[in-house]
Ligand binder design. Structure first.
Ligand code: FAD
Length: 455
């Protein structure tokens, strides 16, 4: 009898232990279940849905080349999977383990109804397995990374199976287009299409291109005007490439790649945090943040809107927010500046920013997003301090963002390098908005709010 492979954020054929294991047992039925009920308020955002559509189409095409196909079903996983077992006479379900709290619950619910075999494969080491000498999980990144790194390299990636046996009869599948994952009116996805190729093949191309650049990563990764980072994040998020594949490809090049590998370590670390604090996306583990005097009301709403639209009057922040809107991605250095600006300059609750990123990033990831927002806010388990307030204008100069600003804020494109980071009122074009608040005033307001929160 056939074996079902339940796919989620692991949309690849190579180094995919659930597929490899199931395929070694006989015919397999790969299924993706669009389940908008289980994650509740964490349903995928717009940019993620765009990515998912194309990634599923790509996976189906690759499977068809191997005589297989992808079955699409919609509904609650714990209902859909048992039904599919019954229809097909399948004996068990294989899947990679996921760590978002809703997936952990769903895995438990599914396992009560059928034989569910869970495999490790989306992280360098199984989240929860890297522990201190006394067996407790790490809360802080640096010792976590030290311990994880001692266990590296990860096992050599497995090749994709040569052949995938098909069942005698295929069950019915939804039509991907009927899922309406793509926006229709207005279609805001042009910039996404120009930037990305979702799917395993697109991931391979990115990895191949980055391998040759990896030795320069250390020197370039903080410069938003340079394409110095891998841009693998959405591919890693959707599991179109495994971190073990990335690790081995990059390490094989020689040169110093330890900083880059440490970033992959942050990705693992974030999963370890949400395993310990499942509601990390909405809740700070620190008491001070329970009653923090965030701004609210009409003026705060208008400021939030201006931030989302890239109209804050701070060129580096606006460039980042427009890059995000256009491409579904933002450079990491600029993510930090833009997030810090929203939290500390505008004094808006970090959860508002987390939500906006959740909806607009193609790499929106529950763990990485929450960990980085809480890190920036100073509200997390391992985080920056709230009172460390980034100065966007000097950050912009320090990391040489002039060309980046010219690309994303065309109103400022004609300004010389000396003016573009912080245009003076005389040369500021009319089309470019005034600053929402001056840096010094914002700093004082943020520090006063912090004093209040401390009680
Ligand atoms: P590279 O620099 O090439 O790094 C390689 C990989 O390491 C990335 O693809 C990513 O998987 C991982 N990585 C790198 N930095 C981090 C980090 N700080 N935390 C966790 N993993 C990391 N990353 C996401 O994948 N999803 C998110 O939702 C997300 N939200 C963020 C929100 C804020 C406020 C900030 C400051 C950062 C966020 N990041 C998030 C982390 C980081 O910005 C992106 O992973 C990175 O910019 C992706 O680009 P890259 O693939 O070129 O990264």
């Amino acid at each position: 009898s056939p074996v079902i492979v339940w796919l989620r954020r692991d949309l690849r054929l190579s180094d995919q232990p659930a597929i490899a294991e199931a395929a070694s047992k006989g015919p397999i039925i790969p299924v993706y279940v669009l389940d908008d009920e289980t994650p509740r308020h964490r349903v995928m955002g717009g940019a993620s849905r765009w990515w998912l559509h194309h990634s599923l189409a790509s996976l189906d095409a690759t499977l068809r080349e191997k005589g297989s196909r992808l079955i699409l079903r919609r509904g609650k996983c714990e209902d859909v999977l048992p039904r599919l077992m019954e229809e097909t006479g399948a004996c068990e379900v294989h899947a990679l383990r996921h760590y978002e709290p809703w997936w952990r619950n769903a895995e438990k619910a599914v396992a009560k109804k059928l034989t569910l075999c869970l495999h490790h494969g989306n992280y360098l080491a199984p989240p929860g397995s890297v522990t201190t000498g006394s067996g407790s999980p790490y809360k802080i990144f640096t010792p976590f990374w030290r311990a994880l790194n001692e266990r590296m390299p990860p096992p050599e990636p497995q090749r994709r199976p040569q052949a995938i046996a098909a069942p005698d009869r295929w069950p019915k599948s939804d039509d991907l287009d009927d899922w309406n994952l793509l926006p229709t009116r207005p279609d805001w996805t042009g910039g996404l299409r120009d930037t990305w190729e979702p799917g395993e093949e697109g991931a391979k191309k990115r990895l191949r291109a980055f391998k040759d650049e990896a030795a320069r990563y250390e020197g370039q990764r903080n410069l938003p005007a340079v394409e110095g980072t891998s841009m693998l994040s959405p591919h890693l998020h959707f599991g179109e490439v495994s971190p073990a594949q990335v690790w081995h490809a990059v390490s094989s090049e020689g040169g110093t790649v330890s900083t880059f590998l440490g970033e992959l370590g942050w990705r693992d670390y974030a999963q370890n945090v949400i395993l310990q604090f499942p509601d990390y996306g909405t809740k700070s583990p620190r008491d001070n943040f329970d009653s923090f005097p965030w701004r609210s009301g009409k003026a705060a709403q208008q400021d939030l809107r201006a931030w989302q639209q890239g109209r804050t009057g701070y060129p580096i922040v606006d460039a980042g927010m427009r890059q995000l809107w256009h491409t579904g991605w933002m450079h990491n250095r600029v993510r930090m500046i833009a997030a810090s600006f929203m939290i500390k300059h505008l004094l808006i609750d970090w959860r508002e920013g987390e939500q906006w990123f959740w909806d607009t990033l193609v790499d929106a990831d529950y763990a990485s997003n929450a960990v980085n927002w809480q890190w920036t806010a100073g509200s997390g388990v391992d985080s920056n301090m709230f009172v460390r307030i980034m100065a966007p204008l000097s950050q912009s100069e320090k990391f040489d963002a002039a060309a980046y600003i010219r690309e994303w804020v065309p109103e400022l494109a004609d300004l010389p390098d000396g003016e573009i980071h912080d245009p003076s009122p005389v040369c500021r074009p009319d089309a470019y908005p005034d600053r929402l608040i001056e840096h010094r005033a914002a700093r004082e307001r943020a520090l006063a709010a912090w004093d209040k929160a401390k009680g």
